[in-house]
Design a protein around this ligand. Structure first.
Ligand SMILES: [Zn+2]
Ligand SMILES: [Zn+2]
Length: 337
């Protein structure tokens, strides 16, 4: 085992950086937390001080009322960071959602990177993942099994547009998580040339506004409540997954139910949610992205967490790469894949 064990302690509730007396993505309120990104399984409310990118802090302000302007909370640009207890912390793009960061820690000549959640394919709504050389690489493994290979995003977007055009009397209702996935689906639709208004559920409004304020152009967004039922025929509507089979959807003209998630690769999951049009669009690295990333970062050791640890652990063994599984609790895999 590398010497890191003495200064970085994995606990079920998060990673504790001993010399800095600081936690990374802790699952319970702590005095000092560095947070990789705004999803609920990483960003919690109630911390004394939060260290994060400016975007993540803005997201935490929106979701939990964290006071982003308070002096004990600190916002950083990518590449930037702070020092505490002799440990140098810096934030680097993770390509997962707006503001998502990998955190690099440097202490007594040793470099440890914790990825938080990440992906490698392009995403018009956030900065691309950066390879940060390190001794210990702590990687997520949500889709850490060879069965998970996400198709090209453009193909899934083309499928969505094709479905709307095939049935102009119906609306296509896409379930997408409120932070990240919804804005990415909208931005990908715009990139594919879909410039009609896109209708959104009220629960997506504030996060879409936050993205727009941070320079992500989402085009003409309208509320479902503001339009006549008939007006929404032949249109794309986005809602949080919980609204898919809800009474709310009755205000749409005979909606085709779609869902954008990496889990849509598993037919049974699509069936469970009564999804007619599964769209395999994920904000997490698939199997190839995970293995390619470990090879590119080429650390002395990988610590694997947040998902299918065993599959990736096996891959590391087969490729003579030192690795171990970290079992952190409170990671909700359904939440935002
Ligand atoms: Zn996440
Ligand atoms: Zn996560």
């Amino acid at each position: 085992m590398a010497k890191a064990k003495s200064w970085l302690e994995p606990h079920p509730g998060g990673l504790y950086v001993k010399p800095a007396d600081l936690w990374i993505d802790p699952s319970r309120p702590v005095e000092r937390a560095a947070v990789t990104h705004g999803h609920a399984d990483h960003a919690r409310s109630g911390h004394g001080a939060v260290f994060a990118t400016a975007e993540t802090l803005a997201i935490m302000a929106l979701r939990y009322g964290v006071d982003a302007a308070a002096s004990h909370n600190q916002a950083f640009e990518y590449g930037d960071g702070f020092e505490r207890g002799g440990v140098r912390f810096s934030f680097h793009p993770a390509g997962h959602v707006l503001g998502s960061a990998q955190i690099l820690m440097e202490y007594r000549g040793e470099r440890i990177v914790i990825t938080g959640d990440y992906k490698r394919r392009p995403d018009p709504t956030c900065a691309p993942f950066e390879v940060v050389p390190c001794d210990i690489f702590i990687t997520e493994a949500t889709f850490g099994l060879p069965v998970f290979r996400h198709p090209p995003t453009e193909d899934e977007i083309a499928k969505l547009i094709g479905a709307v055009r095939a049935e102009p009397d119906r609306a296509v209702l896409v379930g997408a998580y409120a932070l990240g996935k919804a804005q990415r689906v909208i931005a990908e639709l715009r990139a594919a040339g879909w410039d009609a208004p896109i209708y959104i559920h009220g629960a997506l409004e504030k996060m879409c506004q936050l993205y727009a304020v941070h320079g992500v152009d989402l085009g003409d967004l309208r509320f479902v409540g503001e339009a006549d039922k008939a007006e929404m025929a032949g249109q794309i509507v986005l809602a949080p997954p919980s609204a898919l089979n809800d009474r709310w959807s009755r205000r749409l003209p005979d909606p085709v139910t779609a869902m954008a998630s990496g889990w849509m690769r598993v037919r049974q999951r699509a069936r469970q949610r009564m999804v007619e049009l599964p769209l395999v669009i994920s904000d997490h690295a698939d199997w190839d992205e995970l293995t390619t990333t470990i090879a590119e970062v080429n650390p002395k050791e990988s610590w694997i967490t947040h998902g299918s640890e065993e599959g990736l652990l096996r891959w590391c063994e087969l490729h003579q790469r030192k690795a171990r599984a970290l079992h952190l609790v409170g990671r909700d895999l359904e939440e935002e894949a």
